[in-house]
Design a protein around this ligand. Structure first.
Ligand SMILES: [Zn+2]
Length: 256
């Protein structure tokens, strides 16, 4: 008799565990996000309502596995929202995406220098964001000022936080080199190198509307061109159709 009871208990437990797994609910994003995103995130306003919900779920997922810490500042409500939105923009068209090379975002109040030294003079404090290496491996450091600036101007072609998340995608293959091997099809690799070469040359000859910083290296070109792609897609399509197509095939894999 007792062994029948034991069997029954085991059966009930198994059913309970199975049931729980099957019904694992997606994380429900807070109700006020929609309004904040509509006000601040241009990319979000262009999505259909179903896509907007998906965008919020991806943000909630990002925040469930990434630590966000304020350095010399108290985090405010919109800080994690804008960081998560910046993280989701480049990977929005990817299924079940997680950043494997990030665990913490450190938010600094203002621009900083390479040593992350607050007491240094203002001179040299011109870094808006960076991907950490060494003891900062798997960390991103962002200036809060730059984060908000990236979302305050709807007509420029830049967004610091999106730029840094694009560097993380570039880094997936081990090298941050402007050649995102995980996103490019093999047949696109050589055309991408040629395209970068031409576009960077135009920047360095002062004959381009792409931000000058994109001319400094292939790594920065990929990140700067991607900011342009996400902030002003229509303008990029008109002015640089070849670059637009290439980036669309990187960031919207179903269009390949
Ligand atoms: Zn950069």
């Amino acid at each position: 008799m007792s062994y029948i009871i034991t069997l029954l208990i085991i059966a009930v437990l198994l059913i309970a565990v199975f049931h729980k797994k099957k019904n694992k609910k997606p994380i429900t994003p807070p109700k006020n996000w929609h309004q904040i995103l509509l006000q601040k995130v241009h990319f979000y306003t262009k999505l259909s309502s179903n896509e907007q919900l998906l965008f919020q779920q991806k943000m909630a997922d990002f925040l469930s596995y990434i630590n966000i810490e304020g350095v010399q500042l108290e985090l405010e409500e919109n800080d994690p929202i804008l960081i998560a939105a910046s993280a989701v923009i480049p990977i929005f068209r990817f299924d079940h995406w997680k950043y494997p090379n990030l665990n913490t975002v450190l938010l600094y109040p203002d621009y900083f220098n390479e040593d992350l030294d607050f007491n240094a003079s203002a001179e040299g404090k011109n870094i808006a964001g960076l991907i950490g290496t060494g003891r900062f491996e798997n960390q991103m450091i962002l200036s809060k000022k730059a984060l908000y600036h990236g979302f305050s101007n709807k007509t420029d072609k830049g967004n610091t936080a999106v730029h840094e998340f694009v560097h993380l995608l570039d880094k997936l293959d081990g090298a941050t080199d402007g050649i995102p091997e995980r996103l490019l099809t093999q047949e696109n690799t050589i055309p991408w190198l040629n395209l970068m070469h031409t576009k960077m040359e135009a920047i360095n000859n002062d004959a381009s509307d792409i931000r000058n910083y994109g001319g400094t290296s292939k790594t920065e070109f990929f990140a700067v061109a991607s900011e342009y792609f996400f902030e002003r897609p229509d303008l990029l399509k008109r002015k640089h159709p070849d670059l637009y197509q290439m980036l669309a095939s990187c960031f919207s894999p179903e269009k390949k």
